[in-house]
Design a protein. Structure first.
Length: 387
């Protein structure tokens, strides 16, 4: 059966060149980078080279990159690290209602330790209001943690302006850039940001590797993973050298892709998809912001259809997508993101997320659109028959 993968915001396939770069480290070069002998020194070289490549993708200095196990750990490291290093007793953190659980849950944990969390609402397109952010900043605010791109709808926040506001008020700014790095140009020299989270498996690298960018000159963070002296004592534990090497290669490839206009073609393919589906299926609504968004994400709510049923129908046809409604995300609750955007429950139940990758083709999109149109018409007929 023909397989078409349109769930790149969940994870991406490993790029063949990434696998090739990782293989020697999984075999011949197995040293521990902390060892002083030749095997150890060789592993250290691999690590240093990868650090340069990761830093280069976001315009950072290699000394500003802390390797982690992925986006979840990077977000926890920044949020818990800043909170636990705080000097203020009555500390507050500002975040939003549409963050990834790896931001929302550490914030929730901190509430148990007396830290106040200010959660900003979003408009129906998924953006926060900068005036509301300004009003929320107080003398007690120790951190603003707001994502750059949302994984479910692809909406982008204005992180330049958010960073400027944070700077004006001398508050640390962390952004979860897990969904944006590799898909749009991200340059920490142009964004006033202190911490930025990245994840390897969202940009054709392996799972289990990621990084936290931490701006040079910031005070030492309370280490949430304490152990040996790795990562200058900022994150203990023997490094996942093969994963990190793959991450480095993936960053190098992403930079080339961004520079050669790969993401413009991806945005064109996304727009083609939307035009085609709109022309074949009635009642299609785009959820998210049409102007400020990722080039690869389309979250569509299809009037009168059931997202879960469509997802299963598409899966049977070899097409992988996801839904904001229920079980697919391992939760029985409707998407917190779509709920925060005030999307009505029936629209949430009818939503599907298509997240495209650079290897998807027009021919694949034509096939998906035709299959989806057929399944929607069947789904609508069945729900009509069931009353
Ligand atoms: C916006 C965002 N942040 C963080 C994460 C977590 O990243 P990881 O899977 O590398 O832990 C994800 C994963 O889906 C994400 O989409």
């Amino acid at each position: 059966m023909r397989k078409i993968y349109l769930d790149h915001n969940a994870t991406t396939p490993l790029h063949p060149e990434v696998l090739e770069a990782m293989l020697p480290v999984l075999g011949e070069f197995y040293g521990n980078p902390s060892s002083v002998h030749s095997e150890g020194r060789k592993a250290r070289v691999f690590l240093d080279e990868a650090r340069e490549k990761v830093a280069d993708l976001i315009g950072a200095n290699s000394g500003e990159i802390i390797f982690t196990s992925g986006g979840t750990e990077s977000n926890n490291m920044a949020i818990l690290g800043v909170a636990l290093s705080r000097e203020k007793k009555d500390a507050r953190i500002i975040t939003s209602t549409v963050e990834h659980p790896s931001v929302l849950n550490p914030c929730k944990q901190l509430e148990q330790f007396g830290i106040t969390i200010d959660r900003l609402p979003v408009n129906p397109k998924g953006r926060i209001d900068l005036d509301q952010l300004k009003d929320a900043i107080s003398d007690s605010t120790v951190l603003i943690s707001l994502q750059q791109a949302n994984s479910e709808v692809g909406t982008l926040q204005d992180i330049e302006k958010i960073g400027e506001l944070a700077r004006e008020h001398s508050v640390c700014f962390h952004t979860d850039a897990v969904q944006s790095v590799g898909k749009i140009a991200v340059d920490v020299k142009k964004i006033p940001v202190d911490f930025l989270s990245m994840s390897s498996h969202k940009l054709n690298g392996p799972k289990g590797a990621g990084a936290l960018y931490m701006k040079r000159g910031l005070p030492v963070l309370f280490p949430t993973m304490s152990g040996g002296n790795q990562e200058k004592k900022r994150r203990g534990g023997t490094e996942n050298v093969a994963g990190i090497v793959g991450f480095g290669k993936a960053c190098e490839l992403a930079k080339t892709r961004l520079q050669s206009g790969g993401m413009i073609s991806l945005a064109n393919l996304r727009d083609y998809f939307f035009e085609q589906i709109e022309s074949l299926v009635s009642g299609v609504e785009l959820l998210g912001d049409k102007e400020y968004r990722l080039p690869n994400t389309l979250n569509l709510s299809i009037e009168g259809a059931d997202g879960e049923t469509l997802l299963i129908g598409l899966d049977v046809e070899g097409i992988s997508v996801s839904t904001g409604s229920a079980c697919s995300s391992g939760s029985s609750l409707p998407s917190h993101v779509l709920t925060a955007m005030q999307v009505p429950a029936r629209r949430i139940n009818a939503s599907l997320r298509f997240s495209l990758g650079v290897d998807n083709t027009r021919d694949e999109i034509d096939h998906v659109v035709k299959t989806l149109a057929r399944l929607v018409s069947l789904n609508r007929k069945n729900s009509f028959a069931l009353g």
